[in-house]
Unconditional design. Structure first.
Lengths: 823, 254
């Protein structure tokens, strides 16, 4: 950044492809991650975890571990009692939600393989881990509830004392809500004189797989207990610690230093954090816990894992008349922080960009003996987008209409905005025609359709398929009132403070807690433009509850559209405060003071003062208007008035080898409308990364459990995380309809790629072999599944059994993944 | 997961039955295994296995749940727990004998293996190969017990549900490769092993023999698994770093 010249008054910063400020310290490894923190006398933790999915703990012998070298102590739930606190569910989606008590460390029964049963404290990490192996735990195995559908039928209980696995049933009905008609009537009518499409799609279980494993350090030696944690949510973490441990919130300081990715996986309050906090206080010494990658994969929360039953009603000409959604969502062993709420976030998105007159969403959340699930990039919206985009293409195929034409027939026209959807949301702006037209042109849609036709007729063994996703999402979480109506435990506002320093530098404090997004750069660009100061003169502070005391952190594509708006409001206050000072020093009346490009001037004269000069005048306070408070510093807390609705059109061309089932991506084009862009480089990074994550769900990733409830995709050898070698050059572009619900006209972009890409990719594979009688392939579309589907085994068989991926057959997905995206 | 193996021993069916029936000496033949005590049809023992980086010492109990000499069928149920909390292993073994000549008996072993914990999390994909290798040596040792020239041992790489099947199919190649590599020291050990472990029921004998076997284990399993891992994962491991790590494991054990 230092290499860049600063001439803020020339080119505006907003829209400029600034290199990220934070990257210098990040990519040179200069920064300190949580695990780099070393304090005097610091002790280390190692967890003893259950190898069983469901078992009663009949005895724990810690004597051998206690006797091991440099072991300070070994603790079980019995030893810690209530001092270990409890983990909360912040979003009970119904009043009568069935929620098992979630202790950080299991007391008498473990309910998933990986649950903590004892914790070892030693002077070094290695000694702690060695000693953990010496803890002898006796279990009495219990039958485990593993399969989602069987669990929903209460065949085996994940928590016997609850009497059921059904946690909560949540419904939205357009007739009941007065936002639309009766869906059953619509379906009945379509059965007689229209078209009814019924499909069941599987959302496989995924693992967020952030780069930096979770790590926590707690130092109890100060007046405040300080916790460093690799988390997305320092403020929520602090609140939850205070609420569940009895320690006053004012005595807790949480710091999220540079955090190496989250994708929702660090939108969590973890057992490990609670145990570190508890033991540091109990022992009066700094304590560190850092998970191993295998621990991370087994015990950090997972995502997705749903069965989606969709019933779509339409007229014979393709006009949609109703949509009914029945979801079965796997919560895993506990109802985690916002676990139950994730599928509900999808409730408002299944209708997507289409004008459904009737809509019903039913969701049953289910407890099982697997790792608990929670937010994963997109959280509820990728699932919804997948369902609706897949079934719209199914309808097109059914009535023999081009899938683009069908969508156009049903989507909201650009002149119809603002548009209130059948789910009750008001979409402020959008232009689906523009984004789609641009995407079709970049893609060469007609040519590819023609080629597809040729290859069909020629009976080519390698067939071409085209997948389409005209998605929208709701992001910028969230208007507090809406969250309240959904019984969510907190608000959705964000806070920002702008401090004018004596030397003319600007400090910006934000409650949004970045973990790789580039807030420091984007926020600096915003402030540089608003205050007319240099990009490099702006410092962005965040992630420490003692510096940024107020905030609701980073998730749900909210930082820019909510946190950025708070920032705009704070800078406006600074300018308003500065005007009287300028007027006083320039001996003019406030009404005559104009502010532009960092300069306060008297209307119609060449007199003026730079904002920096005002700042130092206020600092010295020698000559201020009578009674003026000597400060320009301003704070703003912004509660969004509405969600924010990015949209876009994603097109994928896939080549499918009908003899081997291997898939090879030929072309991927996306045109996203994310409103005004602050930094095109950061946006491009978000879109590219998002695409890869969404494509990975379609083609490679799946968390697989064996019949005993062991996660067999418990390493990166079995859990196929894509690398750059698996990707190709995705052609991304934008159309722009600024959002009218925030000053900057921005929309969220953090999740767009992940939400949009999955249905486009699976759709392209299905489209390639539809003529062979295939209308679905269960994700991930491994060559094995594609091949089986071609052979007539329906969706390519059930979820992967046994091994996560067939290991040794070079035709199998394990190795074919490199071909998958065609590089 | 289900593992099926079949092999031929150079002995009459009754003699074969007698030998197999003597769990203590049979146990000593199983690489890494040691039978510590026998009471009637129940026996206690330990099995030491290394699966890549994970070393397990299972200690547990086994029982002959069925012994039908007329039908030449024996069923063993065994369950063990790893000393270091890495999980448990259970096995239901059905062994059936079939005469294939005056001095040759075909032994068919179907093992239903239940593994929990780390080995299940990481070792799943290599289990068939490892078990094939283990059985190969088990058979060699068994043959040592019949004072006859070892015949060619036929192993049938087995069915297994779902992915296990695909995991199995290419197994022969790596196993063969491994035999080539491991062959030498295997022979040495066999030369030494029968000595102490020959006589049934000689207290420390089997233990001693089996421990020796156990020590060689890592090495042999490494040799079995390495080529497999190389072939399947090699391409995916950028710069072959993972492969390097694998080689290090092997080297460290030498």
């Amino acid at each position: 950044m230092t290499t860049l010249e600063d001439r803020p008054d020339v080119a505006p910063e907003i829209g400029r492809d600034r290199r990220r400020k934070e990257d210098q310290r990040l990519i040179t490894g200069r920064t300190r991650w949580t695990d780099n923190i070393t304090l005097p006398g610091m002790l280390h933790l190692a967890m003893v975890r259950s190898p069983f999915a469901h078992a009663r703990i009949t005895g724990i012998d810690t004597s051998e571990a206690k006797a091991a070298t440099n072991v300070v102590g070994v603790f079980t739930a019995a030893d810690l009692g209530e001092s270990q606190g409890v983990l909360i569910n912040a979003w009970a989606i119904t009043e009568d939600q069935v929620t098992p008590t979630h202790l950080p460390m299991a007391a008498d029964r473990v309910s998933f393989a990986g649950e903590i049963v004892a914790v070892v404290v030693a002077r070094t990490q290695a000694e702690a881990r060695d000693a953990a192996e010496l803890v002898d735990v006796d279990y009495e195995e219990l039958p485990a509830a593993l399969d989602l559908k069987k669990a929903a039928a209460d065949e085996v209980l994940a928590h016997p004392e609850l009497g059921t696995n059904k946690s909560a049933f949540w419904q939205f009905d357009s007739e009941g809500a007065g936002t639309g008609g009766n869906v059953e009537a619509a379906i009945e009518k379509a059965r007689t004189d229209g078209v009814v499409i019924e499909r069941e799609f599987r959302q496989q279980r995924l693992i967020p797989a952030f780069m930096e494993p979770r790590s926590t350090v707690v130092d109890p030696s100060g007046e405040q207990i300080t916790m460093w944690s690799a988390t997305q949510i320092p403020h929520i973490l602090r609140f939850a610690l205070a609420a569940t441990t009895g320690v006053p919130e004012s005595k807790i300081r949480v710091i999220a230093p540079d955090v190496g990715g989250g994708f929702g996986g660090k939108l969590q309050t973890t057992p490990e954090e609670w145990l570190t906090f508890c033991l540091a206080n109990r022992l009066g010494k700094p304590v560190k816990y850092t998970e191993t990658r295998s621990e991370s994969l087994v015990s950090a929360h997972h995502g997705r894992d749903q069965w989606q039953k969709l019933t779509l009603a339409a007229e014979k000409d393709g006009t949609v008349t109703g949509l009914k959604v029945d979801l079965l969502a796997d919560l895993g062993s506990y109802v985690s922080l916002v676990g139950g709420g994730v599928p509900v976030l999808g409730a408002f998105m299944f209708n997507a960009i289409y004008k459904f007159p009737a809509y019903q969403f039913n969701c049953q959340t289910v407890l099982t003996n697997k790792t608990w699930t929670d937010a994963y990039r997109g959280a509820g919206r990728p699932e919804a987008t997948y369902g609706i985009e897949r079934i719209m293409s199914e309808l097109a195929a059914e009535i023999g209409m081009d899938p683009i034409e069908l969508r156009e027939k049903n989507w909201i026209k650009h002149e119809e905005f603002p548009f209130t959807t059948v789910a009750g949301l008001e979409y402020d702006t959008g232009n689906y025609e523009a984004a789609t037209a641009k995407a079709l042109e970049m893609f060469g849609y007609d040519e590819l359709r023609a080629e597809q036709k040729r290859r069909r007729e020629a009976g080519d063994t390698v067939q071409l398929g085209i997948g389409i996703s005209t998605f929208t999402e709701m992001c910028g979480l969230a208007p507090s009132r809406v969250l309240g109506s959904l019984n969510y435990g907190a608000g959705g506002w964000e806070s920002a403070t702008v401090r004018m320093l004596a030397t003319g530098k600007v400090e910006v404090v934000t409650g949004a807690s970045a973990h790789g997004q580039g807030h420091e750069t984007a926020f600096s660009q915003i402030v540089a433009d608003r205050l007319g100061v240099s990009f490099d003169d702006v410092e962005v502070l965040h992630g420490d509850t003692q510096i940024a005391s107020k905030g609701l952190d980073t998730y749900g594509s909210r930082s820019l559209v909510v946190g950025g708006e708070a920032l705009v409001k704070a800078t406006d206050k600074v300018i308003e405060k500065a005007k009287p000072v300028a007027a006083h020093l320039l001996e003019a009346s406030v009404e005559d003071i104009e502010f532009s490009a960092g300069r306060f001037s008297v209307r119609g004269t060449d007199q003026g003062l730079a904002i920096g000069e005002i700042a130092s005048a206020v600092f010295t306070a020698h000559n201020l208007p009578d009674g003026m408070e000597p400060s320009l510093d301003s704070e703003a807390t912004y509660d969004p008035i509405n969600f924010n609705y990015p949209h876009g059109t994603h097109l994928c061309a896939m080549e499918v080898d009908t003899e081997t089932g291997a898939v090879k991506m030929r072309k991927y084009v996306c045109v996203d409308d994310i409103g005004n862009v602050i930094n095109p480089l950061i946006v491009s990074g978000q879109v590219q990364g998002g695409l890869v994550q969404g494509i990975a769900q379609a083609l490679w990733e799946e968390a697989v459990y064996d019949e005993a409830g062991t996660l067999v995709s418990g390493s990166f050898v079995d859990y196929l995380l894509p690398t750059s070698a698996d990707t190709m050059n995705y052609e991304i572009d934008h159309t722009t309809t600024p959002s009218i619900t925030n000053t900057l006209g921005t929309k969220g972009v953090g999740e767009a790629g992940t939400i949009a890409s999955t249905p486009a990719v699976v759709g392209s594979v299905v489209d390639a072999i539809r003529h062979l009688g295939v209308n679905d392939i269960q994700m991930p579309c491994t060559p094995e599944r594609v091949w089986k589907a071609i052979q007539g085994a329906g969706t390519g068989g059930p979820a992967t059994e046994g091994a996560a991926m067939p290991h040794f057959d070079t035709d199998e997905a394990g190795t074919a993944s490199t071909e998958g995206a065609g590089a | 997961m289900q593992l099926t193996h079949e092999f031929t021993v150079p002995a009459g069916i009754d003699e074969t039955w007698r030998v197999l029936d003597d769990i203590e000496s049979v146990g000593a033949c199983f690489p890494g295994a040691a039978v510590t005590s026998v009471e009637g049809d129940t026996f206690n023992g330990t099995v030491k296995v290394k699966l890549g980086p994970i070393a397990m010492v299972y200690s547990g109990t086994g029982t002959f749940t069925e012994k039908d000499q007329a039908a030449h069928k024996m069923v063993i149920a065994a369950k063990g727990k790893d000393k270091r909390g890495n999980g448990t292993a259970g096995a239901d073994v059905v062994a059936t004998l079939r005469e294939s000549g005056p001095d040759a008996t075909v032994v068919n072993v179907v093992t239903d293996l239940q593994i929990t914990g780390k080995p299940a999390q990481f070792g799943r994909g290599v289990m068939q190969d490892v078990s094939d290798k283990l059985l190969g040596k088990f058979v060699e040792c068994l043959e040592g017990k019949f004072a006859a020239e070892p015949e060619a041992v036929t192993e049938v790489g087995a069915d297994a549900s779902g992915a296990d099947a695909s995991a199995t199919s290419p197994a022969p190649q790596p196993v063969a490769a491994a035999d080539a590599r491991a062959g030498a020291d295997t022979q040495e050990r066999l030369a030494a092993a029968p000595g102490p472990s020959a006589g049934p029921g000689t207290g420390p004998g089997p233990a001693g023999g089996s421990h020796k076997a156990a020590d060689d284990e890592a090495l042999d399993l490494g040799a079995t698994v390495l080529p497999v891992l190389l072939r399947s994962y090699g391409p995916q491991l950028a710069g072959g770093l993972g492969v390097l790590a694998l080689i290090l494991w092997i080297v460290r054990r030498r």
